[in-house]
Write a protein that binds this ligand. Structure first.
Ligand code: AMP
Ligand code: MG
Length: 494
């Protein structure tokens, strides 16, 4: 094969050898293309036609390597459901290399499901088609929704079976990230008291993601602050669209502030703060409303790893790290409340605004209202009550519960004044009509895994490209599941 060049420049591969293991993907028997993300390919300066070509499919399946790739599996550790695992690492993923996208940002190109690595432990290094499609759909939907996330550049099937609770079709996802460095990457070196490595990793991250921290008097403290900012706004964004990550272990918590590792993730239909989907989250540790406290806990773990390098005086380091980590809750609240005000169409600020949102949510929880539809349809309501109110009222078990809240909301809108159509437009631009509803994702997975039918995948993917625009021909994709369609548990699919 005439291996094409991707234009890789692999900064991670230039870090010390104990940061990773160098190895190539394991070839697969019969790769077939599922999808190439043309828009993303172009953004990355890659030729979509090349990716779709036989040479491209060889690369996307791990059967061939771009000539300038320096493939490696990254080492990391992690707290999984609160329990410490000193060595995790890329057990089924291989970083091919890094390229500069059209905006000049460095992006990782990684194959997920590409075979065993020294970090595989008991795993087979493979991925199943269903979870690959879920990650493709949900990560691309998150991007379209405006939430920082890793992206999906391509998916291929391998022609091989992967054995889980039964034999399932294997697949490889090509994932793109600003970087794959996790809180768990820092924890890997901290646990080994490898201070040199920690400093090198921190310097790498500063150069790559937070160069402004370099100018600070204490760059590693500034780095911590920057990661806290990024995670606070990320988790606020999740909460504002009803997203539940599902496995917020420190190894799934990205330093760049992107959503990473789409396992048993899901969007809520009916609003309830305690919602959990993941089949492995028996205690509800990663329930919807726990996500901010968990992000705080994860970041405290990051802070701890940085103590040896923040200041020469350990006591001073500890004090500074503690002060910095204590800012998370207020940063999160600020980001969340700003977003909540936008969801309600509020453009001025009043002391009771937070209460207006929490009271609506409490009512929605009591009345089993659909999270996404309430906000979307609220966006269409006039400042005066009218017949279209019924589109929202009908979402509540007892519509009168909404009426009481709506009176307060309308009084608030009147106090702020302004152009009502502009207000509606702005609300519609933050309250999506289309989310990857779990029953739809499940439908896609069943069709693909059980019948080799990818049509539902292509269709759902298309709908989710424009989540904030009404698509009258796809109105059915807005509606919540019927009782028999409700998906109660999601699986990692590892
Ligand atoms: P995850 O729950 O997907 O974030 O994975 C946690 C850890 O398990 C990571 O180190 C993964 O690389 C590893 N892992 C997950 N699935 C597999 C698999 N099928 N084979 C090998 N390692 C895996
Ligand atoms: Mg992971």
């Amino acid at each position: 094969m005439n291996a094409p060049l991707f234009g890789f420049d692999n900064s991670y591969a230039r870090l010390p050898e104990h940061f990773f293991a160098r190895l190539s993907p394991t070839p697969v028997s019969k790769p077939e293309l599922v999808q190439v993300n043309d828009d993303l390919a172009l953004q990355l300066g890659l030729d979509p036609a090349l990716l779709r070509s036989p040479e491209g499919i060889e690369i996307l399946s791990g059967n061939g390597l771009p000539a300038d790739a320096e493939p490696l599996a990254m080492a990391y550790a992690g707290f999984q459901f609160g329990g410490w695992t000193p060595q995790l690492g890329d057990g089924r993923a291989i970083l091919l290399g890094e390229i500069a996208d059209q905006a000049g940002c460095r992006r990782d190109i990684q194959l997920k499901g590409s075979g065993r690595t020294p970090f595989s432990r008991n795993g087979d290094g493979r991925a199943v088609l269903g979870p690959v499609l879920r990650e493709y759909l949900v990560s691309e939907a998150m991007h379209a929704l405006g939430v920082p996330t890793t992206r999906a550049l391509a998916a291929v099937t391998t022609g091989e079976e992967v054995f889980r609770e039964r034999a399932l079709p294997g697949a490889v996802l090509t994932r793109v990230a600003s970087s794959h460095i996790r809180v768990g990457t820092f924890q890997f070196f901290a646990a080994r008291q490898d201070i040199d490595a920690l400093r090198q990793l921190a310097d790498h991250v500063i150069d790559r993601h937070y160069s402004i921290a370099r100018e600070s008097e204490r760059p590693y403290l500034a780095l911590l602050e920057a990661v806290i900012d990024a995670q606070a706004s990320l988790v606020a964004a999740w909460k504002l669209i009803g997203f539940i990550h599902g496995v917020m272990n420190t190894d799934n918590s990205s330093i760049s502030g992107e959503t990473i590792d789409y396992g048993p993730c899901a969007f809520m239909d009916t609003y309830h703060p305690g919602t959990v989907f993941s089949s492995i989250d028996q205690q509800g540790r990663y329930a919807y409303a726990n996500q901010a406290p968990i992000a705080h806990w994860n970041l405290a773990g990051l802070a701890q790893t940085l103590i040896p390098i923040i200041d020469a005086d350990n006591k001073k380091s500890l004090e500074l790290a503690q002060q910095t980590i204590d800012t998370f809750p207020s940063k999160f609240e600020r980001a969340y409340n700003e977003g909540a005000s936008k969801k309600l169409g509020l453009e001025t600020s009043e002391t009771d605004d937070v209460l207006l949102m929490t009271d609506l949510l409490d009512t929605m929880a009591d009345q089993h209202a659909d999270f996404t539809l309430v906000f979307r349809r609220l966006s269409g309501l006039d400042v005066e009550p009218g017949p279209e109110d019924d589109t929202v009222r009908e979402l509540f078990d007892d519509p009168a519960a909404f009426d009481a809240w709506a009176r307060r909301w309308r009084a608030r809108l009147k106090r702020q004044g302004g152009d009502p159509s502009l207000r509606r437009e702005r609300m519609a631009s933050v309250n999506p009509a289309y989310i990857p509803r779990n029953h739809r994702v499940e439908e896609v997975i069943r069709a693909a895994e059980d019948h080799g039918d990818l049509a539902p995948f292509y269709q759902l993917h298309e709908v989710l490209r424009n989540p904030y625009h009404e698509q009258p021909e796809h109105i059915a994709f807005q509606t919540p599941p019927r009782p028999e369609e409700v998906v109660r548990a999601t699986f990692c699919g590892t």
